[in-house]
Design a protein around this ligand. Structure first.
Ligand SMILES: [Zn+2]
Length: 131
């Protein structure tokens, strides 16, 4: 009866090692254990997260502002973020793309209205002057 706890402890030890092996991320290049938050391997410098992209609120505000107020330049951000595998980054990309399209649509409507007003005023002048 004395052996049981030792055996259990032994299994637990093996189990812990196996869990450790599957859960601890390792550098694909040199095999060194790395932390989840590491972007580069501390041992060989291998880039673990090649596209660790900024999804902070400040960055989102910048991207959405550029997408809306400087419409065509937002497309660069939109496609960069859409290419990411991260769900959050893709949502930012989609939002940026939608804002760009909306901003361009508004721009086209404003320009069209400006010209139609200009033309109607021109027509008015023409009809008054008789040309
Ligand atoms: Zn490494």
């Amino acid at each position: 009866m004395q052996r049981m706890p030792r055996l259990t402890a032994g299994y637990f030890f093996v189990y812990t090692i196996q869990m450790e092996a599957t859960l601890t991320p390792r550098c694909p290049k040199c095999g060194t254990e790395v932390s989840e938050t590491d972007i580069f391997c501390p041992h060989c410098g291998f880039e673990l997260k090649p596209h660790a992209i900024d999804t902070s609120v400040a960055k989102q505000v910048l991207i959405y502002s550029v997408s809306f107020f400087l419409a065509p330049f937002g497309l660069h951000y939109a496609f960069t973020y859409l290419k990411q595998s991260d769900e959050r980054a893709r949502m930012i990309g989609i939002t940026s793309l939608v804002l760009t399209v909306v901003a361009i649509a508004i721009g086209i409507i404003v320009v069209q209205q400006f010209f139609s007003q200009a033309y109607s005023q021109l027509d008015l002048i023409n009809s008054v002057t008789g040309f």
